[in-house]
Design a protein around this ligand. Structure first.
Ligand SMILES: [Cu+2]
Length: 210
């Protein structure tokens, strides 16, 4: 009984989260064993490759506590990212990724040059001084994207009904796979839903923490 009640509450929560008249998708992402996957990038392209509006919004990737925050960012092609260093030490950040190579030598505070991400792809950031610092930027050629939350869920509003290709990317999938599904999205009423199960690499135990 309690189980049923909990399920009912969960469904009601989901329903109340869907605005009346919204057109879009609701996605749930899990690994192969059913564990929810936060920090998965979900992006949506109209089927047939109709050109998407270019409205790249900038963002920032902060450095704090010898970490990049957030770990995963998603931006549209053409977006500018700034790199405020809020640590007391200097960082030297770089990327060797073909989608955007750069090298920002040692700096403090706001001194890093903002970077424009003008090619779709995956960009991995590191720091020359602190080997454990890592961050991922997924650059997508669409304004319709989101990142899954702590419950592995994401919602994306879309401009119109139609067929869309929904893609899911996580930095830790086996072979870097991006999975996709085609969804027919209806206008208003309720969000179209998709569930992704991503094949993940085994978790690596960090020797230094033993
Ligand atoms: Cu550093």
């Amino acid at each position: 009984m309690q189980r049923l009640t909990r399920r009912a509450v969960f469904c009601l929560t989901l329903l109340s989260a869907v605005r009346a008249g919204a057109t879009g998708i609701a996605v749930q992402v899990q690994d192969a064993t059913g564990k929810v996957l936060p920090d998965t990038v979900i992006y949506v392209e109209p089927e047939g490759g109709a050109p998407a509006p270019k409205t790249p919004a900038g963002t920032q990737i902060e450095q704090k506590g010898l970490k990049f925050m957030p770990l995963v960012s998603v931006v549209q092609v053409g977006a500018t990212i700034t790199f405020p260093n809020n640590d007391k030490v200097r960082h030297h950040i770089y990327s060797f990724s073909p989608a955007h190579k750069f090298d920002q030598k040692l700096y403090s505070g706001q001194a890093a040059t903002p970077q424009v991400f003008d090619k779709a792809g995956t960009v991995v950031l590191g720091c020359n001084i602190h080997d454990k610092m890592i961050a991922y930027v997924k650059v997508v050629d669409t304004p319709y994207f989101a990142k899954t939350d702590g419950a592995g869920a994401a919602r994306i509003e879309l401009p119109a009904a139609g067929k869309y290709v929904v893609k899911a990317w996580h930095y830790n999938t086996l072979g870097g796979a991006t999975l996709e599904q085609t969804l027919t999205v209806k206008a208003g009423a309720e969000l179209s839903t998709a569930v992704f199960k991503l094949p993940m690499k085994p978790v690596v135990v960090d020797d230094a923490s033993l």
